[in-house]
Design a binder for this molecule. Structure first.
Ligand code: HEM
Length: 485
């Protein structure tokens, strides 16, 4: 059909179905309700929408309706009470062209169930015990301390060193402990992946999602992003090939080893989804979902420590009182460090890494907070709004570790802490991320006091909007502590 009549017909259909969705900004041709979000997204874009339209509202992204769940009550009702109904992810045209329904994060149905279950079991196998991932993370934390020590208290930007440490952990998980980001193939993989991820937040990506039938035939960065992904898949497959050659030589030690074993076991199963395509996609997701999120949280952690020296001092005192200067701290020790544990949760709450959340799609009609959401709708649980919900947190806008402490100073786990999502699709790497953040943070704070560089009186602690909500570039002094372990 010619382009103009096709667009007119699409808009008329949109106006007709508009009545069936929760309220929201009126959809205009081509841009839908995006006019209401303003030219630039800011950290409080969605808060303003919630104040205007209530806890459930619809924003039309072009001709696609997106229903946003805001605040703890609505998000909990969606993700917990309707966990199975909201178990799908929407497969947008670009996701379909690039990931083809593979892996865990953007797969659905049988593939998702099988890959996720396997991912969970294998993460547990790799993470358990001192010899597992925790030991690997402790070693990376030690390397990070040594890198910071080389700056001898002079101002440094910690970003690159943190990203490297976190990527090395994922490298070890996926490919085995002998791999690191120093490897040439690995560098290429990370750079290409970074390019692909940045495309995810770009204008051309939005164009592709809205007008795939035109964009498919045009040159541009979307084509480069698709070939970048193909390139990453082939790099991962090269490593898979190497693992295959060594397979019989040792016990399974990393994700690829376990996956190859599973492929062998299920080779006679007609419905198996264990194949090299899904394996490659799982690994790409571990890098994509597990590097930037964890690294950004750690960058926030150091910045907030420098901005709140009183809180930093209390954490250091608690660690010293419990462990002195000598023995090393493991993840289990968080139970003996309630103030430190509370501060880590508060870092994740007050400086959440996502602008909103990760989208879901409902597999059948659902009613949430009394409003009907038709089957197959793109649903965005706004996790940021939960972490800043004024009805749940005493001082939502203020960095305050007491949000996670009871009146006797014991650690208080809060149901409203939904940084990792909730329900059937809750973050697969939650445990790994928690261990990483705890071990990196405690190792760094035992060794250094983080301070603003001389002459810098104040530092910007407001988030910048990007792929993640990250701090503006900054430099800090990591001043060695005399009673460091
Ligand atoms: C601070 C660090 C992290 C944060 C804040 C975070 C947050 C999230 C959130 C909010 C979701 C969506 C959950 C939902 O839909 O309810 C998610 C999904 C996911 N995350 Fe994480 N994540 C982090 C680290 C990691 C790490 C280290 C890995 C892996 C190595 C990982 C792998 C995944 C995967 C595979 C999914 C998709 C799960 C599914 O769809 O079944 N994440 N994460």
């Amino acid at each position: 059909m010619a382009l103009i009549p096709r667009l007119i017909l699409q808009y008329l259909k949109q106006l007709w179905s508009h009545r069936r969705y929760p309220p929201g900004p009126f959809p205009l041709p081509a841009i839908g309700g995006l006019w209401r979000l303003g030219v630039r997204l800011s950290p409080d874009t969605f808060t303003k929408m919630m104040k205007h339209y209530g806890n459930i509202y619809t924003i039309w992204i072009g001709h696609i309706p997106m229903v946003v769940l805001s605040g703890y009550q609505a998000v909990k009702e969606g993700l917990v009470d309707h966990s199975e109904d909201l178990a799908d992810r929407p497969l947008t045209p670009f996701l379909e062209a690039s990931l083809k329904g593979r892996g865990i994060m953007f797969s659905n149905g049988h593939t998702w169930k099988q890959q996720r279950r396997f991912g969970q079991v294998t993460m547990r196998k790799l993470g358990l015990g001192k010899k597992g991932m925790e030991h690997q993370i402790e070693e990376e934390a030690q390397q990070l301390v040594e890198t910071f020590a080389r700056a001898k208290g002079q101002p440094l930007d910690p970003s690159a060193a943190i990203t490297k440490a976190v990527s090395n952990v994922i490298c070890a998980l996926a490919f085995g402990s002998q791999f690191s980001t120093e490897d040439e193939n690995m560098q290429k993989l990370l750079e290409t992946l970074d390019f692909g991820l940045k495309f995810g937040g770009s204008f051309f990506h939005a164009l592709y999602e809205l007008f795939p039938w035109i964009m498919k035939h045009l040159p541009g960065p979307h084509k480069a992003a698709l070939s970048a992904l193909d390139m990453v898949v082939s790099l991962v497959k090269k490593e898979v090939k190497k693992h295959k050659k060594q397979q019989s030589l040792h016990e399974p030690q990393d994700f690829i080893d376990f996956y190859l074993l599973q492929m062998e076991k299920s080779s006679n199963d007609l419905h198996t989804t264990y194949d090299e395509e899904n394996l490659a996609e799982c690994i790409i997701e571990f890098f994509g979902a597990g590097t930037e999120t964890t690294a950004t949280t750690l960058r926030w952690a150091l910045l907030l420590m420098a901005a709140h020296p009183d809180i930093q001092g209390k954490i250091q005192k608690e660690m010293e009182d419990v462990f002195g200067a000598s023995c090393s701290i493991c993840y289990q020790d968080r139970k003996k460090l309630p103030y430190t544990n509370a501060a880590i949760h508060e870092i994740q709450r007050s400086r959440y890494v996502f602008l909103s959340g990760v989208p879901r799609q409902n597999v059948k009609d659902v009613t949430i907070c009394g409003l009907l959401i038709p089957k197959g709708t793109f649903i965005m649980p706004d996790l940021r709004s939960v972490l800043l919900d004024p009805e749940q947190w005493e001082t939502p806008e203020k960095f305050n570790p007491h949000h996670f402490l009871d009146k006797d100073g014991n650690f208080l786990a809060r149901e409203e802490f939904l940084a990792f999502g909730e329900g059937s699709r809750v973050c697969l790497g939650e445990q790994l991320a928690r261990i990483e953040i705890f071990l990196f943070f405690t190792s760094l704070l035992r060794s250094f006091s983080f301070q603003l560089p001389p002459g810098v009186g104040k530092i910007n602690t407001k988030p910048a909007v990007g792929l993640t909500m990250h701090p503006h570039p900054y430099k800090l002094c990591a001043v060695p502590r005399c009673n460091a372990p």
